[in-house]
Design a protein around this ligand. Sequence first.
Ligand code: B12
Ligand code: SF4
Length: 395
Amino acid sequence: MPASIGSNRGRSVIDTALQKQQLRAAKLTEFVRAEALALGFDLCRITAPDSIPQAPDRLREFIGNGFHGTMAWMEETQERRANPKTLWGDVRSVVMFGLNYGPDEDPRSILDKRDKAAISVYARNRDYHDVIKGRLKEIATRFAAKAGEDVKVFVDTAPVMEKPLAAAAGLGWQGKHTNLVSRTHGSWLFLGSMFTTAQLQRDEAEKDHCGSCRACLDACPTNAFPAPYKIDARRCISYLTIEHKGPIPAEFRPLIGNRIYGCDDCLAACPWNKFAESASEMKLKAREDLREPSIAFLLTLDDATFRTFFSGSPVKRIGRNRFVRNVLIAAGNSGDHSFIEQCQTLALDASPEVRGMAVWALARLMDAQSFTTYAAARAPEDDSNVQKEWLMAGV
Ligand code: B12
Ligand code: SF4
């Protein structure tokens, strides 16, 4: 038999095998997308594990600059975070999911209501980690059964660079505020991912549509963007109120206003949000009592009432002391003298985190004469951070 006939036959065997593989990939891709939409995700697109070659250098730069602050876990997981293949050597496809959580009204409207406290939109209901993880696990179970392949699902806390991967999959692009922006859902998207050993059809990356707009950069109250597309987390109110333990650096306290858990200003400023409305019935709705909670009420929370009030909410994660520390900053910024009595009670709290911030709030709310008289009668203080607060208050 002439060699050319043999190699033609060989080629056609390979072609048929390839066609079969492609058909299988197409069917599995269709399956995962349909499951995602049925479970209430707004977007589902696929990328390759090696689609973010620029991420390792950018993450190195971010950590090298110290922009991660005290989030030591970012440093510890750097290698795995920057490269999906290092996290899981067998992964062949990365499926990225987006869930719209666009608010019904402009979340900035509460910032002028000085007796109210602003909880960022993402934290106004059940913990999105639980919601998304639950849905991802359902998809993963069905997908693994259908495909006979291995899967792993991740949301937020795993060492996965969700934003660059979502951009590579074409869910949107990383905006100048560094978050993913979508043409259909603006800046209000949660992200999650499913890694799998299955070969799936890959989607195209999305282009950057920020243009010359710099609304998000100008909206930031603490100037947390050293340059477009780069964030110094140490200056971000989200980091300061959620991740940062102990006293919040004094320079940021007046700028925090009444934002007591996270911040939405850069997201809310994004012009692409006009497309964020979603008719989905599975969209997370805000808990009514977390839309505009009163500072006076939140200052009364002890450990037990805090846990009950924030049961199932992401806010619970930071614990009562850090939370009340944040509420005291809002009280100190309010100019509302009716909070003085509550702040005086909290200046005697068992937690130094709380006592210190109560001193700061009192120094702002009381007139100089009354504060001096009050300080002269203060209880002895052995915590060095609280002692510093009294010193900063001029006592
Ligand atoms: C650490 C973290 C934070 C930190 C640091 C923020 C940050 N931007 O990294 C803090 C606590 C401040 C934070 C705050 C918030 N977070 Co957060 N956070 C994360 C987490 C866990 C890791 C992010 C990370 O890897 N950062 C490291 C840096 C280096 O990576 P990067 O941000 O992608 O940085 C890239 C750019 O700088 C880019 N870059 C550099 N130069 C250039 C140049 C150009 C031209 C381009 C295009 C890009 C580019 O390259 C870098 C690497 O890709 C992710 C979950 C996850 N596992 O991904 C959630 C996540 C990013 N957070 C989220 C949310 C919702 C928030 C808040 C809105 C919460 C709130 N309301 O308070 C704020 C938003 C603040 C902001 N403007 O980013 C969502 C964002 C969803 C989305 N649509 O993008 C995520 C994805 C969680 C989720 N699963 O939904 N967060
Ligand atoms: S979340 Fe708020 S503080 Fe953080 S970068 Fe955006 S606007 Fe600035």
